[in-house]
Unconditional design. Structure first.
Length: 314
């Protein structure tokens, strides 16, 4: 009978006679460290970008709803001059204080969206990456060769880096159309409402359903396509990244409605997307859609009512 080393058999218990493996060859540990380190770096970079924008016109509150808490904490200024200098070195001293989008600012936007994707989306990929790492750990205990979870993370992250480029170009266009202000917050409640409604409608689409169900059930995907080849695992990570992109792109674009540098909403949306991927049904996705539709309708209705007296003659 031919041995088939390409699929780990989970039911077989590990052989306790093996010598302890080095840390870097333990898939679960590598997965946890990689996810934690990359996520932390993403949030640190975003934090420095926000810090570089503190002290601008309107303070932190100008960055979007909920950001006023930083004005309460720091009075709109960074307490540490060295930290502010580091933030300005990373982001540029004028980033977020004027509307021009040149090549340098566009590159900064790409880096901003890349950091945002890493900080928000990698934690949501945790269950998928850990599912792969668990299968890889079983295979390794059986003496089989396995690819590192880093390869899977690389493929997944690559998809979201591509999204970062598209989002940065879209943001540059929105700035030119005056739909975003210099602080990268929405300049139009009608625009914000439309973004929320669009994201809410997408939550009920067939594509959303197909993608979220694949994100919720990664184990069958890996069992059918199991491989010990790192290049193949990178491609598997990219496919999972595409599923995730199809699931979450609309929610990511909600950042245009609440402020592209609004770290409060980044955290909220990150938690929502993470919860959506571990939900056992799609009811949670539909509940999110209802909430987005209500927010969008409220924003548009409020804007119309606010303008109504000015629109009447006399």
């Amino acid at each position: 009978m031919t041995d088939t080393p390409h699929r780990p058999e989970i039911a077989v218990p590990p052989d306790g006679s093996e010598a302890p493996a080095p840390l870097w060859s333990r898939p679960l540990l590598v997965a946890v460290i990689s996810l934690g380190l990359m996520t932390a770096l993403g949030w640190v970079y975003l934090g420095l970008m926000v810090a570089g924008m503190l002290g601008g016109h309107g303070g932190a509150a100008a960055l979007g709803p909920g950001m006023g808490v930083f004005d309460l904490l720091f009075g709109g200024e960074l307490p540490d001059g060295l930290l502010k200098a580091l933030a300005e070195a990373i982001c540029g001293p004028s980033f977020g204080h004027h509307a021009a989008v040149g090549p340098g600012a566009l590159l900064t936007l790409v880096l901003m969206w890349a950091a945002m994707a890493v900080a928000m989306m990698l934690p949501t990929a945790g269950p998928m990456v850990l599912a792969y790492a668990d299968l890889a750990a079983v295979a390794r205990r059986r003496g089989e060769r396995v690819a590192s979870p880093v390869a899977l993370i690389a493929g997944y992250t690559g998809v979201w880096l591509g999204f970062a480029v598209v989002a940065a170009l879209l943001q540059a266009g929105l700035v030119r159309l005056a739909l975003l202000d210099p602080a990268m917050a929405s300049a139009s409640p009608l625009f914000s409402g439309a973004v929320f409604i669009g994201a809410g409608v997408y939550q009920f689409s067939a594509l959303k359903y197909a993608c979220v169900t694949r994100c919720q059930r990664p184990v069958p995907f890996f069992l059918v396509r199991w491989s010990s080849d790192p290049a193949t695992v990178v491609r598997l990570g990219a496919r999972q990244g595409l599923f995730c992109l199809g699931c979450c792109w609309a929610m990511m674009l909600v950042m245009f409605a609440v402020g592209a540098m609004n770290v409060v909403w980044m955290a909220i949306l990150g938690l929502v997307m993470g919860a959506e991927k571990i939900a056992v049904t799609t009811r949670f996705s539909k509940a999110i859609g209802v909430v987005f539709l209500l927010i969008g309708a409220w924003l548009i209705g409020d804007a119309v009512v606010a303008q109504w007296p000015a629109a009447r003659p006399g």
